[in-house]
Design a protein around this ligand. Structure first.
Ligand code: ADP
Length: 302
């Protein structure tokens, strides 16, 4: 199976014409509670793309947590290693979206911060898997512990280094495949990724840290693929009418892993993941916009 270790958030989304300034109160025109969190989004994307997926995470003991976990199970995700932490809230994101589609996000990590290396060990017996997918919304020490355990058992470790932050060698040295977007690649390497040359330089810097495969996502342009020792290349994305790009990266990562799990060659796996991500930007929301295997296949076949 494919294992995702990561965050679960409840996204509270308010749409307004403009953002309130400090001290100001403004009335929005739309409010929604949506399942989110990078770990959860990626696990859902992998499962919907057809992979047998296990998700290791923590929720709080609030009322919404159980319905979130039930939702993951309905997507076919193995939820046995999702622990409920008492007297803690489930991760929360307060999201404001203005009429230009820009957002501001305030996060309360809640139970995600309780997914320590000790809690990881308590959640499940081991990390034996073919592929382990990580992001950065849980403690760094937990990602390092998960990566080293899974790698010791022969797993391939994939890191989506989001949200953007600098990372220690202790984690990077355990990573086989890294999938930053442009901002994250710059944060990791100090190199601005605004064109192919920048992407190639950032990829080279990441190879230097011991990472064999670097996939930099470039939004609507597609991805820059660089395998250590080979020339990098731009792989174009699909041309669609974007409505909401929330979770494009999460969908890409989950679907990529699902395709690799099916033993697809890397180029074809990237094409499948880009199709999934393109479909996700044509619909509103995070988990609500993540497509299913049949839709992705139909899109690729047209
Ligand atoms: P993130 O959401 O993490 O910032 P990106 O914006 O780079 O990540 O998007 C990830 C992938 O999603 C891209 O590599 C591309 O395949 C796809 N994608 C994103 N935006 C669009 C778009 N407007 N049209 C088509 N595909 C898109």
């Amino acid at each position: 199976t494919l294992t995702v270790v990561g965050s679960i958030n409840i996204d509270h989304v308010i749409r307004l014409t403009q953002f309130p300034r400090p001290g100001e109160t403004l009335t929005g025109h739309d409010y929604q509670i949506v399942p989110g969190g990078k770990g959860a989004n990626q696990a859902v994307a992998a499962a919907r793309a057809g992979a047998s997926t296990r998700f290791i995470a923590c929720v709080g003991d609030d009322a919404l947590a159980q319905s979130l976990v039930a939702g993951f199970a309905a997507d076919g995700i193995n939820t046995q290693a999702i622990a409920s932490i008492s007297q803690v809230n489930t991760g929360v994101a307060l999201i404001q979206v203005n009429s230009d589609g820009e957002n501001t996000i305030a996060l309360a990590a809640g139970a995600n911060a309780y997914l320590t290396p000790e809690q990881l060990a308590a959640n499940c017996e081991g990390l034996a898997c073919k592929q382990l997918l990580l992001q950065l919304e849980i403690p760094l020490a937990t990602n390092i512990a998960a990566a080293s355990q899974a790698k010791a058992q022969g797993a391939r470790v994939i890191l989506n280094p989001a949200p953007a932050q600098a990372l220690p060698e202790a984690l990077l040295s355990l990573v086989d495949v890294i999938t930053p977007n442009e901002t994250e690649a710059e944060q990791l390497t100090g190199i601005v990724v605004s064109d192919d040359k920048g992407a190639a330089q950032a990829a080279a810097a990441l190879h230097k840290k011991g990472i064999a495969t670097v996939i930099i996502t470039l939004g609507a342009r597609g991805v820059w693929l660089s395998e250590h020792g080979k020339a990098g290349q731009l792989i174009s994305g699909f041309n669609v009418k974007a409505i909401d790009t929330t979770a494009a990266g999460d969908t890409f990562n989950g679907a990529l892993l699902a395709a690799l799990q099916e033993q697809l060659p890397l180029l074809r796996a990237i094409q499948f993941a880009q199709a999934a991500a393109a479909l996700s930007v044509t619909a509103q929301g995070a988990q609500t916009s993540i497509p299913y295997q049949a839709d992705i296949q139909a899109f690729l076949d047209t």
